[in-house]
Design a protein around this ligand. Structure first.
Ligand SMILES: Cc1cc2nc3c(=O)[nH]c(=O)nc-3n(C[C@H](O)[C@H](O)[C@H](O)COP(=O)(O)O)c2cc1C
Length: 200
């Protein structure tokens, strides 16, 4: 789908959903997008170029466009093109690869999925929820703690910790592992309710 089209406005506002090339992004539609639409959000999906390749290959990108009524973005628009998505009231990045977390935390915005969320970090009243889909090796990287601290300083709601996502060594986790979609959805509801109660 290109250039938008008739889209039903969600009563809660626009949720920008960002997916990256990490395990579990294949369930983005059933785990996050469809439940968010059912809760009253209008959902606009953006993928990193790598995640775009994955979901185009398995047919999910087309299905995401059908359920959201909007094009899925995985490339930037040309300066002469209209913005294909409405302005988001909240962003959620799930799953976020270790690569995406590092780039976001250090202000790198070299694809559309990073550009949108980087700008949201500095925008008043646009809450951002991030679920890093990482393993024990990712978090032992010497820069990891700095990245987490930078995102927390920017008021990002990080879904991270042993209660919600226990860490395994690379290639040692369970073969099939559901992402904590219910926790991610609850966090979106929580941060948007908090932003409405305490506007800056
Ligand atoms: C099958 C597969 C699964 C992967 N799963 C993860 C993952 O769960 N977490 C992660 O941080 N990286 C994972 N990676 C590595 C990322 O895809 C890689 O770092 C990539 O550059 C991330 O690109 P992006 O952040 O632009 O989407 C995986 C790679 C492959 C091929």
């Amino acid at each position: 789908m290109r250039g938008g089209g008739a889209v039903s406005a969600g009563s809660r506002g626009v949720l920008g959903v960002v997916g990256t090339a990490a395990d579990g992004v294949e369930q983005l539609r059933t785990g996050l997008v469809e439940p968010a639409i059912a809760l009253g959000w209008q959902v606009a999906v953006t993928l990193t170029p790598n995640a775009g390749q994955w979901l185009r290959a398995n047919g999910e990108l087309d299905r995401l466009e059908t359920v959201t009524g909007l094009p899925v973005r995985d490339t930037p628009r040309l300066p002469t093109e209209a913005r294909p998505h409405p302005v988001a009231n909240c962003y959620v990045v799930a799953p976020a690869s270790a690569n995406y977390v590092a780039k976001l935390a250090t202000g790198i915005a070299d694809n559309q999925a990073l550009t949108q969320v980087s700008e949201a970090l500095g925008t008043i009243d646009v809450p951002v929820v991030v679920f890093p889909r990482v393993n024990a090796a990712h978090v032992r990287h010497p820069a990891w703690d700095r990245h987490v601290a930078a995102l927390r300083k920017a008021d990002v709601e990080l879904i991270h910790g042993p209660d919600v996502w226990p860490l395994y060594e690379p290639r040692e986790g369970p073969a099939v592992r559901q992402l904590p979609w219910a926790v991610i959805t609850e966090s979106i509801q929580h941060v948007t309710a908090r932003a409405a109660r305490h506007p800056l």
